[in-house]
Every structure is written in structure tokens, then in C-alpha cells.
Unconditional design. Structure first.
Length: 54
């Protein structure tokens, strides 16, 4: 993972981490300088029935 992050940054790209599951994952990614992230820890799945009732 750190190698991919560095490679993307050197190419001038924004790097997005997928699958952030815990606060520890998020801390490590922030320390490494990851630009964006997403996963269960950041945005848990929502109940689709709640959206259908609107």
C-alpha cells in the first residue's frame, strides 16, 4: 500500500483508499498522506427501505 500511495503522488494523482474498516486504518492512511478514503468506517451502509419510504 505505501508503495502505491507514493507512486500515485509522484505522478501528481489524488490517491483514494478503498475499504477503510477501522479507526486504526484511517490513522495509518492519514500518516501516509492519503488524499481520500472510503469504506465501512467512514460511511456505513444504510437501510434501503428507509430511502424508499421518502
Amino acid at each position: 500500500m505505501p508503495g502505491d500511495l507514493i507512486f500515485g503522488q509522484r505522478l501528481g494523482m489524488s490517491v483514494v483508499a478503498n475499504g477503510v474498516e477501522t479507526g486504526k486504518h484511517l490513522q495509518i492512511l492519514k500518516k501516509l498522506g492519503c488524499d481520500e478514503n472510503h469504506g465501512y468506517y467512514v460511511a456505513q451502509l444504510c437501510n434501503h427501505m428507509r430511502w424508499l419510504k421518502k
